[in-house]
Design a protein around this ligand. Structure first.
Ligand code: GLU
Ligand code: ZN
Length: 473
């Protein structure tokens, strides 16, 4: 049973899809068990974390349908939820580690450390901290400080022994402590290092499940060592396989999507994005084939259905879910989604009827805009429609107009009468009508289109087609 999971982004840019998937999985895992979900802002990279990105992050997560019980906006019992507001908490913990000789100040400069790594590499050894400052005495420290050196704080790792780490997705791994080397837990500018703040915050906030990207897998042993040293309980860690583009390269704009914002701007519905992301590296078994409601996504989510293979972003799949989401939205939801493209030319009632009419023919708002233009103005026929209009003789349009009048524009009666009078049926009958009334050969159901368009505009379009035919001969 998961009591509490979390998402802990660093707000250094817009939420990209890999992180959005991580957030969604962590949320689904918590909500599956009725557990809590918290949001923590890891803003320790001061220059790169402007407020604007934090605001955008919260907005994007909400758009995706996520909610949280604790976070920077709503507070909670274990706050604050921005790491830069927790420096006092970290300070006390650093002191505890110092007092227990589990941490020590390191005065090495970046140049010294780089040279050290270089020498190790040249000697064919894996680079790690040499331990130069491990045993400095008070006098040596004072001397270095007199030189103006600002120390970082390093965690002292035992030089022998092994650490076993269990991962929900990758199983058990063993690490030699010697290979880890002493690592920085507080930078020389006083800010907390990722390993440290991230690990202690999870423990202090009562998080028992950490789902995060595979790129953090190798950080876990260090984080567990910190928690052990502080006598804190480590959460269960699960590292999600990377999310790559269809070509196996890191996901970027040229794969059709990089950030959640991009998808939203293109008109993707959150239901579609949720359904898609929830299946990237996770399967729903029997329920995989159909669009799942929010409730179903949570109920059917299973941590043991997360695979180890990298997930590949596939725009066609996402568009498939988009089509499903459009089909399953209510009329009101559709109207709201399309509100930015449906202008004032339609009354509220017409708007609802119109979105229902075009629902099967759209996946994105831009397509709705196109149909709207074809609806409110005399539609400019596309290439195919133009061909059909050119091939249809004026006589047909005269019969069409006459029967339309005779049957008072009633679709069924009109079609029956026109069939008899013109001798055309099926495609031969409907293609020219469609071309004249919509400017395209495929689209919304024609009877409904005519009804909504009203007799007057139908009449105009039929006679316009007739004029075009006359000019053409
Ligand atoms: N701030 C880290 C990141 O965005 C968090 C990693 C984690 O979830 O533990 O990569
Ligand atoms: Zn040092």
């Amino acid at each position: 049973m998961i009591q509490k999971s979390r998402f802990a982004p660093s707000p250094t840019g817009y939420l990209h899809l890999g992180n959005a998937r991580t957030a969604l999985f962590a949320w689904l895992a918590a909500r599956h068990d009725g557990g809590h979900f918290l949001l923590r802002i890891e803003d320790t990279d001061r220059e790169r974390s402007p407020q604007q990105y934090e605001d955008a992050l919260l907005e994007d997560l909400r758009w995706l349908g996520l909610d949280w019980d604790e976070g920077p906006d709503c507070g909670g019992d274990f706050g604050p939820y921005r790491q830069m507001e927790r420096l006092g908490i970290y300070g006390e913990l650093y002191q505890r580690l110092l007092d227990a000789h589990l941490a020590y100040p390191c005065y090495c400069t970046p140049e010294m450390l780089a040279a050290e790594r270089e020498a190790q590499r040249a000697a064919g050894r894996a680079p790690r901290y040499s331990g130069r400052c491990r045993e400095l005495d008070a006098a040596a420290r004072a001397e270095l400080e007199a030189l103006g050196r600002q120390p970082s704080l390093r965690f002292r790792v035992a030089s022998t022994g092994r650490l076993r780490v269990d991962d929900l997705i990758w199983g058990e791994r063993e690490y030699s402590l010697e290979d880890l080397g002493d690592f920085v837990i507080r930078r020389s500018d006083g800010s907390p290092a990722f390993f440290f703040a991230n690990a202690v915050d999870d423990a202090l906030m009562g998080v028992d499940l950490v789902l995060r990207g595979e790129d953090h897998l190798s950080n876990t042993p260090r984080q567990i060592l910190i928690l052990q040293a502080l006598g804190m309980k480590a959460p269960t860690y699960g590292h999600l396989p990377l999310l790559l583009g269809s070509d196996g390269q890191p996901l970027s704009k040229r794969h059709g999507a990089a950030s959640l914002r991009d998808l939203r701007a293109e008109g993707f519905l959150p239901e579609a994005v949720r359904n898609y992301l929830a299946r990237l590296g996770h399967h729903y078994g029997e329920a995989d084939g159909r669009l799942l409601t929010d409730e179903e996504l949570r109920r059917e989510f299973r941590l043991d259905a997360i695979g180890r293979a990298p997930a590949h972003f596939d725009l066609a799949q996402l568009e498939h879910w988009q089509a499903q989401a459009v089909q399953s939205s209510t009329t009101e939801q559709l109207a709201q989604w399309l509100a930015p493209v449906l202008d004032e030319s339609l009354s509220p009632a017409e708007r609802l009827a119109f979105v229902e009419l075009i629902r099967p023919n759209i996946r994105f708002p831009a397509q709705a805009r196109d149909w709207l233009q074809r609806f409110v103005r005399d539609p400019e026929p596309d290439e195919e429609a133009l061909d059909v209009l050119r091939e249809t003789p004026e006589a047909f349009w005269m019969v069409a107009a006459a029967t339309f009048e005779a049957e008072n524009g009633d679709w069924k009666d009109w079609v029956t009468a026109l069939q008899e009078a013109s001798g055309r049926r099926g495609r031969a009958l409907f293609q020219p009508l469609r071309a004249a009334l919509t400017g395209r050969l495929h689209g919304p159901e024609l009877a409904g289109w005519c009804r909504l368009l009203g007799a007057e505009r139908c009449r105009q379009r039929l006679s316009q087609a007739g004029r075009r035919a006359r000019v053409a001969v």
